[in-house]
Design a protein around this ligand. Sequence first.
Ligand code: AMP
Ligand code: MG
Length: 413
Amino acid sequence: MTVERKMLSWQQARELILGLSTPLGSEVVGLDDALARVLVSDITATRQLPPWDNSAMDGYAVRVADLREGVPIPVGGTIAAGHPSGHPLPPQTAMRIMTGAPIPDGADAVIMREDADEHDGQVTFRRIPRLGHHVRQAGEDIAVGSTVLAAGSLLGPGELGLLSALGRLLVGVHRRPQVAIVSTGDELVTADEVPQSGQIVNSNAHCLLGLTKLGGAQGRILPIARDRPDELMRCFGEAFAADVVISSGGVSVGDFDFVKEVFSKLGAQERFFRVAMKPGKPLVFSTVEHRGRQTLIFGLPGNPASSLVSFELFVYPALRRLLGHSVAQSAHPVATVRLSEPLRPDRERTHFTRALVSRSPTPPHELWAKPLSVQGSGMLRSLVGMNALIEVPPGEAVLPVGSELPANLLSSI
Ligand code: AMP
Ligand code: MG
């Protein structure tokens, strides 16, 4: 069977792509540039947290054995955060202590201010605490030598906070994919030009750049490539140096659709062509070796909705995998949604229907999907105000309101 004749299911296509996508090499970045990156190696704590016993409350540091219910004891001073007491807690005495201040030697509990009455330098407690009450113990959060973050962890704001507390200013993360975006078509002009007869703006480039950024990668829009083999050879020859190439247009069966042929002429290996889905059927995926790595080449169809949908289903997971996410974490999350309007499936192909998914405000708070009324693959309006792609299997019968279907929940800003 030739590659052309074999039409893959979208699942097979994604599996094949992920099988050829491996995390990129590492680089060291500053802590504040590490957001949304994936760690290449484990992080081991070289400090303990908290560094010393400290108070969890504004209150009084006490020695429990010194206390009798309702019997006042003198207040021997105040310990503020950032100002350790220079001396141990004197016997039969309490010290005022603030949240985060070091517990003085000799104290073994903190009583919150709300449970104490202080008058004329004497304090009475309403309750005798248990040992260790409201004391945050040294190392109870993070012990020295413990693995705090494993290789493969995604660095979110919480992880960055933790790394900073450990004094890790530099971290080793997977490199971000460099993505070359190539739009092909004799009809295209750049967005700053006024289209003349027969011309349209290269809108795909801007949509694909936005998608690339949301996918965590660095995109570059290359000059528009005209529908001529020699020009396509030149453009893609340059683009193939990137980690990922995303082209749009020229992969169908038109007289001027040379993209597939040019990929092969440039030495790329075609992995599949055509996926049994709507929109986005003509889609070519190839790879080429560049500096010991496989450049991933996605020849997306030119229709704006087709290129967006195929990006979300195939390019997004590949970018995330290159960034270091696990295969399981690479694709968009899928949730079961219910249709808020009836929907007619495509007879032959899985239809990725653009929809707006929202959670019902009343219990049981299900996810409801409102399919956009415009679904034409050439319609730019069909890309606006949506946040999900409902996976509608092929069929004859109209799906009624309330039907349950899987939906790919797309990333938001
Ligand atoms: P193609 O896949 O080249 O046959 O193009 C299919 C449709 O998508 C045609 O109507 C093209 O004009 C349109 N199209 C192709 N490339 C772009 C682009 N970069 N931006 C907007 N529309 C495009
Ligand atoms: Mg074209």
